[in-house]
Design a protein around this ligand. Structure first.
Ligand SMILES: Nc1nc2c(ncn2[C@@H]2O[C@H](COP(=O)(O)OP(=O)(O)OP(=O)(O)O)[C@@H](O)[C@H]2O)c(=O)[nH]1
Ligand SMILES: [Mg+2]
Length: 308
């Protein structure tokens, strides 16, 4: 190839480069955050078996030599319980869908509920929506005919521009999904540096990691009555020093988080520290403790302070 041909090819490549925003939307627990982590190849959004794990919008960026995908993972759309927190979460979802280039609407294979239908109704009319059927690794999704019938049933409810089946947890067909989404990104130069995976701060990610461990290691109800605050975050001699307070609603919830002889809190902070060291790629000193702050989920001013 001569110099002219090389330059012409380069110009062509830049011309066809795509970059844009894709919101990942769906009811709680369908696997949105697991999917985003696999799409970008790094764990930045927290996940758990419990519904309503994600509370903030989290941006994850995937860049290759043809496109840059800016994904926005959203909280699961709440349909049952109304309080200030849930209203705020739903508002976050609606806002996240404004102005994106495409929406990935995530469903669990073989399960289409009223909650899913309610989310479908919230989708903006003039944005392309790709149906993403997740959890195809599950036994109930193994029958291909039944899976196709399920997809047809869902397609009858909404005009999707495309359909993909994936298993976020096992990383199956993730590359196919990227290819399906790509044409919906506008032609544009990349908006973020190619090595950037999120626009969230380390401080935010540290807080989320602690919240994930609370969701994973505490019983059914408790994590919903809690929040997490970063009290201090500093870097010293190449090491992060992070001080985090767990806020519970009532005094009697404190011992549940701390556990017998401090065992539970120790497990939560050790696991959180290991995840942080992996994500930040440096040594971390982490101190986690528990504070009582009643009624925070209904305290609008406090939700503002938390940036929710
Ligand atoms: N079997 C199976 N489980 C999955 C898959 N993807 C996600 N999960 C599980 O589903 C649960 C929920 O996953 P999340 O990624 O936290 O779901 P989410 O939609 O972000 O949930 P919220 O943030 O609460 O709305 C977790 O236990 C995941 O491990 C999958 O492809 N297969
Ligand atoms: Mg989530």
């Amino acid at each position: 190839m001569n110099v002219e041909e090389f330059l012409a090819n380069e110009a062509q490549a830049t011309q066809n480069y795509r970059c844009g925003f894709i919101a990942i939307v769906g009811r709680p627990n369908v696997g949105k955050s697991t999917l985003m982590n696999h799409l970008i190849g790094q764990k930045i959004s927290i996940t758990s078996k419990k519904a309503q794990t994600t509370r903030h919008k989290v941006t994850g960026i995937y860049t290759d030599n043809t496109a840059q995908f800016v994904f926005v993972d959203t909280p699961g759309f709440q349909t049952d319980h109304r309080n200030a927190l849930n209203d705020r979460l739903n508002l976050n979802v609606t806002e996240a869908m404004n102005g994106v280039d495409a929406i990935a609407f995530v469903l669990e294979a073989m399960r289409f509920t009223d909650a899913d239908r309610t989310v479908l109704k919230q989708l903006p009319k003039n944005t392309p929506v790709v149906l993403v059927v997740n959890k195809i690794d599950k036994d109930k999704a193994k029958d291909k005919l039944a899976l196709n019938a399920f997809i047809e049933q869902v397609r009858a409810e909404f005009e999707f521009v495309a359909v993909e089946v994936v298993s976020a947890k096992h990383g199956l067909r993730i590359a196919n999904l990227l290819e399906t989404l790509k044409p919906f990104l506008p032609e544009s130069v990349p908006m973020y540096p190619e090595d950037m995976v999120t626009d969230k701060s380390s401080r935010f990610l540290a807080m989320e990691i602690v919240r994930e461990k609370l969701f994973r290691y505490l019983g059914e109800e408790l994590p919903y009555a809690m929040n997490v605050e970063v009290e201090q975050f500093k870097e010293e001699n190449g090491m992060f020093h992070i001080y985090i307070a767990v806020l519970v609603d009532k005094e009697n919830q404190k011992p549940i988080v701390i556990g017998r002889g401090g065992e539970k809190l120790k497990k939560i902070s050790t696991e959180a520290r290991l995840d942080m060291e992996k994500l930040f790629d440096c040594k971390v000193f982490l101190k986690v403790w528990v504070k009582v702050k009643s009624g925070w989920a209904d305290d609008i001013r406090f939700l503002n302070e938390l940036g929710l």
